[in-house]
Ligand binder design. Structure first.
Ligand SMILES: [Zn+2]
Length: 194
């Protein structure tokens, strides 16, 4: 898996493509950006049921890390959020599904030291786990029944600090680049109108 910071930044990169529709910066648009960042992290809510039982890893990398869950999640959320303006449904659904999928891509590309390695990407069509181990993992113990203390000891490790630094280096330049391109396009459009 990647860290919540890595998932949030990748969600922000994707949300930046829509920054024109997120402007001007106001509370409503900041709430929308917060929602997109939440969606980018949503698959990792699967830590919660295990954590409530004292073993956070127990249900991690289950069916919440699949395209099937992403489709259902995006469908339900888009239906709720666009019930007043149904014309926006299709665009919002696709956008939310893409952000949810960004989490799956990052986890798919991360080394996973805990069997079954990877994520059940194509659930419910297949229960097979997939992994393309390119990115360094965020450590949170390799034990299914790791206690919260064992879990946190790994989470707050120097290794994870290195991974977060790497995630920032790999994503923040894209956020600046996308904002710069959109700003340039806005100026060009305004000049054409003027
Ligand atoms: Zn995850």
């Amino acid at each position: 898996m990647s860290s919540p910071i890595g998932h949030s930044l990748s969600g922000w990169v994707i949300a930046s493509y829509r920054s024109r529709s997120l402007k001007p910066v106001n509370i409503k648009n900041l709430q929308r950006l917060a929602l997109y960042i939440f969606i980018a992290n949503a698959p990792d809510l699967d830590f919660i049921p295990g954590a409530l039982m004292g073993t956070p890893n127990l249900y991690h990398h289950g069916i919440s890390h699949s395209l099937g869950t992403g489709l259902i999640f995006a469908l339900v959320l888009a239906l709720i959020l666009t019930w007043k303006d149904k014309a926006l449904f299709g665009r919002e659904f696709v956008f939310m599904f893409v952000i949810f999928s960004s989490h799956l891509v990052l986890d798919l590309l991360s080394v996973d030291g805990r069997p079954p390695m990877g994520i059940p990407l194509f659930w419910p069509l297949s229960n097979q786990y997939f992994m393309i181990p390119i990115l360094p993992p965020v450590m949170h113990s390799v034990l299914d029944h790791a206690t919260i203390i064992q879990f946190l000891a790994d989470v707050f490790s120097l290794h994870n600090l290195y991974v977060v630094g790497l995630e920032i280096l790999l994503t923040v330049p894209f956020i600046f680049m996308i904002h710069f391109i959109i700003k340039q396009r806005t100026v060009e459009t305004d000049n054409q109108k003027g």
